[in-house]
Write a protein that binds this ligand. Structure first.
Ligand SMILES: C[S@@+](CC[C@H](N)C(=O)[O-])C[C@H]1O[C@@H](n2cnc3c(N)ncnc32)[C@H](O)[C@@H]1O
Length: 251
């Protein structure tokens, strides 16, 4: 719930953006789509897209996230599927049956090995029907201009206040990792508690991302956008701008 509060605005923007993307690049889509969200977390986007009338399936490696997502979708009384699985080795009920698969907020960078990133993209591609779309949103690293970074979000709902802070260390170029830390400060009914998480992300320059994509012969890059989620604003896959959303189409 606290995570969802932080991402509340993004959820609305990403949902609108996905509809704009399908209108722009998915000419053969029906009104209702079958969607797969790998690493769906709390299910905030599963819920939002189910509310738009789509069939949503999602998985996450974290059991707590899976049960939270399941619970929230149950309330909608729509047919959904959420299970525990991993990005690099997931199983789906029917290959070639999904219209759309998406993986936002840099989640793809949790895959620290190239072979896992390749495996994951291949599995996403196998899940899609020809003409289906795969969207990946991640933060690129410009190794020539690579300072430590800090971001902060504050959100309030009723008597709950959540402050979310994220630090990223400069990339370790040889290892292709960046150390990440988030701190969530939650104040509820006058009491404050702090939750911290530390992890590593794999880093990608534009060239490294292009080289990864070249290994997935069944997906074609049709456009790039950024975290402003503006369909009219296209980006090039280069190091000039670090937030990138890849729009890939199944051949
Ligand atoms: C930042 S959250 C994003 C969740 C969701 N996609 C969203 O946009 O709200 C990242 C999620 O990725 C999951 N995750 C990280 N590595 C994973 C892996 N190898 N396989 C499956 N899930 C993974 C975590 O458990 C977490 O729920």
């Amino acid at each position: 719930m606290y995570y969802d509060m932080v991402y509340e605005d993004y959820t609305k923007r990403e949902t609108r953006f996905l509809h704009a993307v399908v209108k722009q690049y998915g000419k053969d889509f029906a009104e209702s789509w079958k969607i797969l969200e790998p690493a769906c977390g709390s299910g905030r986007l599963l819920e939002s897209l189910a509310q738009c009338g789509h069939t949503v399936h999602g998985f996450d490696r974290n059991r707590n996230q899976v049960s939270y997502a399941k619970k929230r979708l149950k309330k909608l009384s729509v047919k959904t599927k959420v299970w525990q699985d991993s990005l690099q080795d997931f199983k789906i009920e029917k290959a070639g049956s999904y219209d759309l698969t998406h993986c936002f907020v840099t989640t793809f960078k949790y895959l620290l090995k190239e072979k896992d990133a390749v495996a994951s993209l291949k599995l996403m591609s196998q899940a899609l029907r020809p003409g289906g779309l795969c969207l990946i949103g991640l933060h690129l690293t410009n190794y020539k201009d690579n300072p430590a970074d800090y971001e902060k979000w504050v959100n309030r709902r009723d008597d709950v206040k959540v402050v979310s802070e994220t630090w990223s260390e400069p990339a370790k170029i040889k290892q292709r990792t960046e150390a990440m830390r988030t701190r969530m400060t939650i104040t509820e009914k006058g009491k404050t508690r702090v939750e911290e998480t530390l992890w590593d992300f794999r880093t990608y320059s534009a060239a490294e991302l292009k080289s990864l994509l070249a290994k997935i012969k069944t997906l074609e890059l049709v456009a790039c956008h950024d975290f402003h989620y503006n369909i009219r604003q296209k980006r090039k896959l280069n190091d000039a701008y670090t937030d990138i959303i890849l729009v890939l189409k199944k051949k």
